[in-house]
Design a protein around this ligand. Structure first.
Ligand SMILES: *[C@@H]1O[C@H](CO)[C@@H](O)[C@H](O)[C@H]1NC(C)=O
Ligand SMILES: *[C@@H]1O[C@H](CO)[C@@H](O)[C@H](O)[C@H]1NC(C)=O
Ligand SMILES: *[C@@H]1O[C@H](CO)[C@@H](O)[C@H](O)[C@H]1NC(C)=O
Length: 319
């Protein structure tokens, strides 16, 4: 009631007082992201030291029914008549008042905060200005899914899905690698939750080949903003992956078999070498030098005992 009265006083005296006392807005339009903070500002003239007891500040949001956002009445804050939408989320930066700045901070901005705000100030006169606030929620995180629906000889039918949340409503545009448009073939659905954000899900069913790429673009017309992601048709489906797995298993078996026979072979060679060593060592001539020249072991010489008569006294150089 008191608030309405104050507004009446503001209104009726506005044209008279306007010339003497004015409120200015440095920024009449604000666009902020859902969930972020915003500080809206209006200015008034302070001559010398601010007399707080003479100052009244009112911030209101214009709806069918005006919502009171903040009130400072003759230097004293009053939250009794504050609208529940703003409870606990607004603060006037009081240290700025002496500079003639009425700065209203709104935290964790909601979609319902969008609209027109009135900044009314009564000091050595009265005046008000309006500020508009837009709230946006970009479709930033896009979740994607690529599944095969049907497999027939040569052709695979794929179901590509993109899903994201944002505000306002976004169209979903589908393009392939050559920028050909497939949007008409897609099915896009919209859902709204308690947070009022749109949950947009778009599905494209398409016959296509391996490694083809698709883009789903969330086109936010109102904000003229695009976000997109890329989907790549994978080289094999679940079925062929199983086939591949079988293939890998086969390879593993072959490798193990090979390794096993190598072990067996080494054992046999060792055994044979033992028997031969006893022979060559008594010969006293079975010494050979092999020079290995690699990056790490340059000029690494190893003396080994020889088991092969044919290689006796041969110098092998590996570079
Ligand atoms: C918003 O303001 C609150 C309170 O001042 C602060 O704790 C929070 O970190 C701010 N959030 C962002 C995104 O700046
Ligand atoms: C879109 O979805 C509806 C209902 O789920 C379905 O009847 C329709 O055939 C779908 N359209 C396309 C092009 O997939
Ligand atoms: C967003 O993407 C659509 C489709 O590719 C295009 O028509 C539009 O111009 C793009 N807008 C911006 C702002 O990039």
């Amino acid at each position: 009631m008191e608030n309405t009265l104050l507004l009446c006083i503001f209104m009726s005296h506005w044209h008279v007082l306007n010339a003497l006392f004015t409120v200015e807005v440095p920024q009449p339009h604000y666009t902020v992201e859902y969930g972020s903070n915003v500080t809206m500002e209006c200015r008034f003239r302070v001559n010398g030291q601010l007399k707080l007891q003479n100052l009244s500040v009112i911030w209101e949001k214009k709806e069918e029914h005006t919502e009171e956002v903040y009130k400072l009445h003759k230097g004293t804050e009053n939250f009794k008549t504050q609208h529940s939408n703003f409870r606990g989320r607004v603060k006037l930066l009081k240290d700025k008042l002496q500079l003639g700045q009425s700065m209203l901070q709104v935290t964790s901005v909601k979609l319902t905060d969008a609209g027109t705000y009135l900044c009314l100030i009564g000091y050595e006169g009265a005046d008000y200005k309006t500020i508009t606030l837009k709230v946006k929620a970009p479709y930033r995180n896009i979740t994607k899914r690529t599944v095969t629906v049907q497999r027939t000889a040569g052709h695979n039918e794929w179901e590509l899905t993109c899903q994201s949340k944002g505000y306002p409503k976004a169209e979903v545009i589908w393009q392939n690698g050559e920028l050909k448009d497939f949007s008409e073939k897609a099915n896009t659905s919209y859902e709204t939750g308690t947070d009022q954000l749109y949950s947009v899900t778009s599905t494209l069913k398409i016959n296509t080949s391996i490694n083809e790429t698709f883009h789903c673009i969330f086109w936010n017309k109102e904000l003229k903003e695009n976000t997109s992601t890329i989907l790549i048709i994978p080289g094999y489906t679940m079925d062929s992956q199983r086939i591949n797995n079988r293939h890998y298993f086969g390879t593993a078996v072959a490798v193990f078999a090979l390794f096993g026979s190598f072990l067996l072979f080494t054992l046999l060679v060792k055994k044979a070498r033992k028997e031969q060593d006893s022979v060559t060592c008594t010969n006293n001539a079975a010494v050979k030098v092999i020079k290995l020249s690699t990056d790490e072991e340059e000029g690494d010489c190893r003396v080994i005992s020889l088991e092969d008569e044919e290689l006796k006294n041969v110098r092998i150089e590996v570079t």
